[in-house]
Design a protein around this ligand. Structure first.
Ligand code: UDX
Length: 429
């Protein structure tokens, strides 16, 4: 099929290359000339496993190209995806300015029946808004339909997630548009949920918010575990073994960050408020999350007798492993607090260092992992990169002033730490 994707962020680019890899004729549109240059040369502007390879192979096979023109993209395609950013506004409501601008341009250029798909996470009612904007451009209603088709990919595993979704959600009032999208996704052979646009738009917010609540729930349990000397990992195992609950998203840690969970939780709180409902449960999950890193910092501060004059080594800066994304990363909360309290901060991350350096140039960034503890009073594990899980603790500890490990992601055990002479603190035990 002929497909255009407007916006080459995580969602847009990954959707584009995966659809091209499935044999569709794909055009990805963006207005950033630097991004387009990279893409033309088969270089992904985002750090995401497998995207470079798919870009190069689909360009070589003639299934993928880029353009700076939404007009050309619209004329090219039977299906046009809108996958532009919807950053949270000051009150948590997603800012749909970019979606509106793209819809306008699509509306001006439709010259044959086109299915316009909202892929970005957008407020309930955006299908109606996009429909209205396209009609306002003089495009007749029988030339197009607008559909909601939310994306559930995770950063770091985005290509795999897009090829192997648990479900495909299509929110459409038009059977013709829904069946076009079903045809596009049919090679994936995954369950499809056909529903109305409002429900589809809500499914995305409800899914991410539920995941956030699950994490905040186990983090709340971790606080109780700490007081009683129980072990949150065992509690999570016991709870998650109930198939009605499931064992995913029960890893206690410093809390959730990233580009989606914080944004979608804030978005759903606002959506609920606008409908007249006070979503107290979700607000509480958000508060638990905001306090989780501060609670760990308070434990660190107590053990170290204050941060002033201390050197603290951070392992991991990205908001989660396998990405260079630092949006709402817990490392940023830590750095801000530690520097303000007079600590010296040293840090190592496999790929996210440059992004954090741009925000916090005061931090001493190390190029080699084993240099991070040079002269440190404490080592803090912030992001659970795989390579951090089997480090030589003896080597890390050798150059420290005090051998104290604060494990914010439960990658080690007290027994591991003991063997290397480390005093060990972690979440939930
Ligand atoms: C999330 C959703 O999973 C995805 O479906 C949606 O499309 C986008 O948002 P992502 O933000 O890439 O994906 O990361 P995810 O793997 O879900 O992790 C989100 C945050 O939760 C991270 O900060 C992670 O460290 C944290 N987390 C996750 C936990 O603290 N514990 C867990 O058990 C799982």
């Amino acid at each position: 099929m002929k497909v255009t994707v407007v916006g080459t962020g995580y969602v847009g680019l990954v959707t584009g290359v995966v659809l091209a890899d499935m044999g569709n004729d794909v055009v990805c549109v963006d207005n950033d000339p630097e991004k387009l240059d990279k893409l033309r040369n088969g270089v992904s502007p985002i750090f995401e496993l497998g995207v470079d390879e798919l870009l190069r192979s689909t360009i070589a096979d003639g299934f993928f190209r880029v353009s700076d023109s939404i007009g050309d993209g619209t004329k090219h395609a039977d299906i046009v995806f809108i996958a532009v950013g919807t950053p949270p506004g000051p009150d948590g409501t997603p800012d749909v300015t970019a979606v509106k601008a793209v819809a306008k341009e699509i509306g001006r250029n439709i010259d044959h029946y086109t299915v316009v798909v909202n892929k970005s996470t957008v407020p309930v009612g955006t299908v109606d808004m996009v429909t209205k904007i396209i009609l306002e451009q003089g495009c007749p209603q029988d030339m197009f339909d607008v559909v909601s088709n939310p994306e559930f990919l995770r950063e770091g595993t985005a290509v795999w997630d897009t090829k192997n979704p648990d479900r495909i959600v299509i929110g459409s009032r038009s059977p013709q548009a829904a069946s076009k999208l079903q045809e596009l996704y049919s090679p994936l052979e995954k369950p499809t949920i056909l529903t109305d646009p409002y429900s589809a738009e809500l499914i995305k917010y409800a899914s991410n918010s539920f995941l956030a609540i699950k994490i905040s729930f186990i983090n709340a349990i971790s606080r109780i575990c700490e007081e009683y000397g129980a072990n949150v990992q065992d509690v999570a195992k016991g709870v998650g073994s109930d198939t009605r609950i499931g064992n995913k998203f029960l890893q206690a840690g410093l809390g959730w960050g990233g580009s989606c969970l914080p944004k979608d939780v804030a978005g759903l709180i606002k959506i609920a408020e606008q409908s007249g409902y006070d979503f107290a449960l979700l607000k509480a999950a958000d508060e638990i999350n905001n306090d989780q890193t501060h609670h760990f910092l308070r434990r660190m501060e107590k053990r170290l007798g204050g941060f002033s004059g201390k050197t603290v080594a951070l392992l991991g800066l990205a908001f989660k492993p396998n990405t260079d994304d630092i949006r709402d990363a817990k490392s940023l909360v830590m750095i801000e607090k530690l520097l303000a309290a007079g600590a010296k901060v040293q840090a190592f991350d496999p790929v996210a260092t440059d992004n954090v350096r741009a925000v916090w140039p005061q931090v001493d960034y190390k190029d080699h992992i084993y240099d991070v503890t040079d002269g440190a009073d404490a080592l803090v594990l912030v992001t659970e990169w795989n390579e951090f899980k089997s480090l030589d603790l003896n080597r890390l500890g050798a150059c420290m002033k005090q051998k104290v490990l604060f494990d914010g992601r439960r990658c080690y055990t007290k027994a591991n730490a003991d063997r290397a002479g480390f005093e060990y603190f972690t979440i939930g035990s």
